[in-house]
Design a protein around this ligand. Structure first.
Ligand code: NDP
Length: 333
């Protein structure tokens, strides 16, 4: 038997998520690796799945949790054997295939990444899909800057949704690389937290969230945007000539009310960042870099641990923008 969260919906009780205990025989037959999960997390998408606010879950019943880290118990996959420490992010886990908010999971071995050297499973999930996505954004920006000849410290880098998971990890990574990071937040009370992560300046997200001009004063050499909508449009409109913007999130909205002006008049590049189906080589590179580059005391400062049962309430909190940094879930507590 193993404990897990389980989402189901029916006409009498509607859409609901509860803590339950299931027989291991119920784990998905389509997986070829069984994992003892040590830690999972609450990402924004888990919030959508657990509350049912967006149609993230596409088959029922569903164990939510888009990521986990743990140890292989049994494997029919050539890359994995019992005892291997592994990480899983995305691939529809927690959406179409049972996920990580559980003490056990059975998934496809092709979806797993080896825990990188120098990182434990708790740190991996303190980072989670949010932090791994921040790393993908930073990698895209760094490749762009190298090709464009733009060096760290020669301009400001904007991080939106700064107080959240993607934003917090992005600030820590960029600041450690020598960048001048400007953090945009709706929570001015978190200024000291954001500065402790490495932000040089904290700005009010209201300055970016309303409709703005198609071209604005050139400011950013790069942007990590977790917010979308007008914020992303304004970020593009205020990016310097030849700079780059990475779009990974939609906390403000899925729309992009922008013009082509920054792209055709300033040569700005907009990179779309997807963590869910990212190829294995890019995932491995991101996790390796996280192991080497992310300061562990800053990671600890942005992380809070909760138990499996607490994850249901935490889902509402993350959608309401009440979670600071990262929530790691001890599935065995
Ligand atoms: P969090 O909830 O931790 O962070 C989002 C932050 O956005 C909040 O903390 C808040 O920061 C800000 N925010 C919330 N609501 C609004 C709003 N209405 N307007 C402007 N800002 C707002 O989520 P994550 O960091 O886990 O994820 C961030 C986004 O990235 C989500 O949209 C998520 O779906 C997406 N994502 C995408 C991935 C991909 O593969 N592309 C992978 C992982 C995440 P503050 O209070 O500081 O303003």
């Amino acid at each position: 038997m193993f404990k897990c969260l389980l989402i189901d919906r029916n006409e009498e009780s509607g859409y609901r998520c509860e803590l339950t205990e299931l027989d291991e025989a119920r784990l998905p037959a389509s997986g070829d690796v069984t994992v003892k999960v040590d830690w999972s997390t609450i990402n924004y998408k888990d919030g959508l799945a657990i509350t049912g606010r967006s149609p993230v879950v596409r088959s029922f019943p569903m164990v939510p949790g888009i990521d986990f880290a743990g140890t292989v118990l049994a494997s029919d996959h050539p890359r994995w054997k019992a005892g291997d420490a592994v990480i899983l992010d995305g691939f529809g886990v927690g959406e179409t295939h049972w996920g990580g908010l559980a003490q056990k999971a059975r998934v496809k071995g092709d979806w797993l990444v080896a825990l990188p050297e120098g990182m434990d499973t708790r740190e991996a999930m303190a980072i989670g899909t949010a932090g791994y996505t921040a790393m993908l954004c930073v990698m895209a920006l760094e490749k762009h800057w190298t090709e464009a000849g733009m060096a760290p410290g020669t301009g400001e880098v904007l991080v939106t949704g700064a107080g959240g998971g993607v934003g917090s990890v992005a600030i820590a990574l960029l600041a450690a690389a020598g960048h001048t990071v400007v953090a945009s937040t709706g929570r001015p009370e978190e200024s000291d937290y954001l500065k402790a992560l490495g932000a040089a300046e904290v700005i009010d997200r209201a300055s970016l969230s309303a409709a703005g001009k198609p071209l604005q004063k050139e400011r950013w050499m790069g942007v990590v945007d977790a917010v979308g909508s007008h914020t992303l449009a304004n970020a593009c409109a205020s990016t310097r000539y030849g700079g780059a913007v990475t779009a990974c999130g939609l906390a403000q909205g899925m729309d992009l009310p922008a013009s082509v002006a920054p792209f055709i008049l300033r040569g700005v590049t907009l990179y779309g960042i997807d963590s869910v189906m990212a190829p294995l080589a890019r995932r491995e590179a991101a996790w390796r870099q996280l192991a080497q580059r992310l300061d562990r005391s800053r990671l600890a400062a942005m992380t809070r641990t909760i138990g499996l049962a607490d994850a249901i309430a935490a889902a509402g909190d993350i959608l309401a923008g009440r979670v600071r940094g990262r929530l790691v879930v001890d599935v065995n507590a």
